[in-house]
Each structure stands twice: as C-alpha cells, then as structure tokens.
Design a protein around this ligand. Sequence first.
Ligand SMILES: [Zn+2]
Length: 602
Amino acid sequence: MEHFVVSARKYRPQHFNTVVGQSHITTTLKNAILQQHLAHAFLFCGPRGVGKTTCARILAKTINCENLTAEGEACDQCASCQSFNKGTSFSVHELDAASNNSVDDIRELIEQVRFSPQAGKYKIYIIDEVHMLSTSAFNAFLKTLEEPPAHAIFILATTEKHKILPTILSRCQIFDFKRITPNDIVEHLQEIAVKEKIDAEASALQVIAQKSDGCMRDALSILDKIVSFTNGHLTYANTLEHLNLLDEDHFFRLLEMLEQEDLPAVLNLYKEIDEKGFEGDMVLNLLSEFFRNLLVSRDPRSLSMLQVVEGFRNRYIAAAASLSTAYIIGSLNILNEAELGFKQARNKKLHVEFHLIRLTYLKQAITLVEEDTTGKKKRLDELRAVSFRTISMREMKKQEPKLFIQETKTKSSKAEISVPTPAATNPAVANPSPVNPSPLNQKNEMPEPTSGPGLGALKKIREQMQHRKQDLTVAEPITQERLQEAWEKYLQKLLDNNQVSSQSNLRMAVLTILTENMFEVLSFSKIQMQFIENERVGLLIHIQEFFKNTTIQFKLVLDPSAEVETTKPEQSMTLRDQYLKMVSLYPNIKELRDQLNLDLDY
Ligand SMILES: [Zn+2]
C-alpha cells in the first residue's frame, strides 16, 4: 500500500486537460500558447492546493515543447519534454520564495536571466510564494520584470495576492485560481480509486471532498491516509471515523426530536455525541451548518449552495419542506448566541444543553408570538423577540402550581383563587411530572422535560379558569350547618388521601362564623394549629369552591388555655402523658401498639 502515500505526487497532472477544476485558466493558457501571445510574467493567485504550482510547471513544459499537439498540450516525447519530466531541464528554474527571500537570492536569479537558454526557446522562472520576498528583494526584482530579456518568462505564484506590490501586479498577467468544487474533487478521487483498485463508497469520497474544503492536495492526502488505514476499503462510516466527523444522521434524528419537543431524547442524543469526543463548540458549529443547509434547501434558487453528501441531499430537501423559515432562522439565532457565549461559559456541557433546550421549545415560542399578534405573522427580523420569557410564563402556568400555592400561603390574599386546584382544572397538574434534578432546573426558564400538552393545554387552562370565575360568581351564604358540611367533606378528602393525622387534628377544631365571608378556626394546641396551617391553602380553595365565594377567608386561633399546656416543657410530662398525647396526634400509634400487642413501659 506504500504507493498510495504519494498519490498526490503520482497523480499530479502532467497536462492542462488533466488539471481539475481550473478550466477557465487552462483554456486561456493553451490558447495563448497556440497563438504565441505569451506574456513575460504570469501571476497565479488562489488558495493553497488548488493547482497553481502544477499549472506553472505544465505551462513551463508546454512553452518549451518542440512538438505541441493541436490542442496546445505538451507532447511528452521531444527532448525538452523528456528532460523536463526527468527534472533535468536547464531551462526551468524553480525558486521557493518562502525559504529564499533575500536580495541575494533574487540577484543570483537575475544574473542567470541574462543568459539565453541552452535548449528550448525560453528560460522559465517559477517563483512560488512570491509574497514572501522581502521588500528589497521585490525592488531588485522589479527592474528585471520591467524589461525582461525576450527569452525569459516568469511565473509567480501566491496565496496572498494582496501582499504583492501594485508595481509587480501591473506587470503580470493575473490568473485567479478557484477553490475546487467538491464535485470535481469527488470525480478526481473516483478516477484514482479506479486506477488504484480502491474500493470506495461514493459517500466516503464526498465526505473527503467536503473535508478538504476545495484543496485537492488535502483531499489526496486524506485519501492516502484512509486507504492505508482501511486497507483500501473506504466506507462512509470508517471515513467519518478517521476524519473524526459527526454523521449528519445525528442531526436529522435531533431535528425529529426537536419537532416532537422530546427533551429527554434531545439531551440523550447530545450525551451520545459528547461521549464520542466531540467538543461542544464543534457540535454547535455543525448544528448551525445543519440549519444553514436546511435553509438553503427550502428554495430551489439557493439549493446549489447545499453541499452535502449525495445521500443526504433529498433528506435535507424533505426536512426543510416541513419547517417554517421562521423556525430555521430562530434556530440559527439560538445557535449563534450559543456559539458566541461558549467561551465565557464555565460549564460548557451545560451551556450546550441549555441552548438545546431552547431549541426544543422554539416552535412553541414562535406559535405563541404568532398567536399573540392576532393572526398577524411577525416579520422574520423580529424573531429575536421570541424571548424565553414567553416559554417560561407558559410553563409556569402550566406545570408549577406548587409555586403559586407557596405564594398564597404567605400572602393569603384574594389572589389565592387563581390557584388551580389539583385535578380540578388541569390534567397536567393532576400528574405533575417529577421535578428534574438537573441543575438546569435552577432557572425558571427550564421547561419540564415532558412531551407536555402544548398550546392546546394552555388554551384549555384559560377556558377552565374562565369557567371557574363564572361559577364562583353565584355565591352561597355561609351558615354553620353548611360550613360543618364543607369541613366534613374536606376531612373525608384527607382520609381518602391517607392523611390520618391531619384529619384527626382538623376534626378537633371548632368553627365559628364571624362575618358573611369570615370564620374562625379554633384549635387547642400549637401542634394541632400547625396541622391546620399546613392545610390552609387546600382548605381555603375547598371552602371557597363549596360556597362558590372567592372572598371567604378564615383565621386560625389558638385556644388561650392551650398556650400554658403546650408551653410547659415536654420533660415534665409523664411517659403516660406523652404516650397519650402521641396517640391523640397519631392514632396509628395506638393501632400499632394493639396489633403488635406491645406493653408500654410506664
Ligand atoms: Zn514536447
């Protein structure tokens, strides 16, 4: 397999017609040679690895060929061609300006230029990386370039045209080399694969072409490397593996999960990618590229910008068709923010996860914005306004009744009526999903990782709340009898929920109606009072619903005589007293004692 290692050199084009992807240049050069309209100085500009030096050498060989073909190619047979091919030609001189950039190097070259060639018509000087010449070397060279001997031809090559002095530029015929298109690279690689009897999947070669970013030299060296690793069997999978690339399939899977708002799946997929060793910023970058590809796939006019492995092309087009432009641009926005903030983020993984969460709920946010503008769609450039607050408000209403209840506990105001009773208003509340233990939850913006009831549920809640408000307007006068009945019902609820201690403590309380919307709950110990206090919110909602009166409140009062009893230190109680007290609070203890047939040691 050793011969693969040099395929970049082995398959270096020897003629203009084998140069890949630069036909606009090779055609012009061939015509110039055929018509003998040759400039004295050429400047080849363009990115690295696209064929500048190769073309310079072909040009040098062809100019001196004694037996040009009709197409303007070198014959490879004449003495000049043969000595060139062997590398023994005295007419062609190559200078690498990267390492020979001093005035002396240039002076030496200028000295030689004066003498006419020993063989062939021209003396050709190829100066690679010409932008590396020092200023004084440039200046020394300038004079020769202004008045070159008739037999001298200079071919300058550079990757950085902007560094070349204008005085030089104006004396050269300039050729701009293009990046080689992935398709051209794939074709070339395929030819080589056939010649070398390499078994290569087309998608594998497409991946290599993409990775090489228009640089044929890189593409060939990547091919060499993978061929030697895989023993000449290139598949899509092993190519990705060797190039440490992420299979685009991951992103299509991700997109599906995002569409289903399946947050756990999204986070798991990221975990999987992370475990493969892909850095967070790279994942964000690839994901941005993915959404960019989706964007260009939406319109046939931009489809030519979609440069992906052939098998994925149709998948992109199909996926893009089902997405709105607003959604794709919104995603790109989020990813852009994620990339910008990545460096500052302390916990990189969390940073990526957080933005994946934003992506997961983006669709809802967009729909909400569209709804809020009463059917008038927002302009795309306003999409940044799709802030996360929109989501969190919604999520809070939908899924965090606990939060509201805690608030009402402290405030104990009329606002309490806005607390949806569990089970009564919202199915989502009846089965609250477990609170995610992840640190993400510290932010209120974190939506619950359920594939929750989307906007439909939100609407439902609103409707239900509306109904409730209407129901509550038909208030019923509060009487002692009805109050006891309401109280009993609540006790039954507690029993049903197995809250025996609460139930027995509430049972002992004495209720007194004070005004038309205020009653008193008298308790006889601090502990009993605590139990009632713990039930306050539930009780209040229950009573208010019972009487269909949102203004009803109660106050909790401790019997004055109880103060003395409960404030006396526990130690002064006899063991028997303590036991009886325990039983009064927790009737189960007596039952436990009876069932186990225990004797008390008092
Ligand atoms: Zn020849």
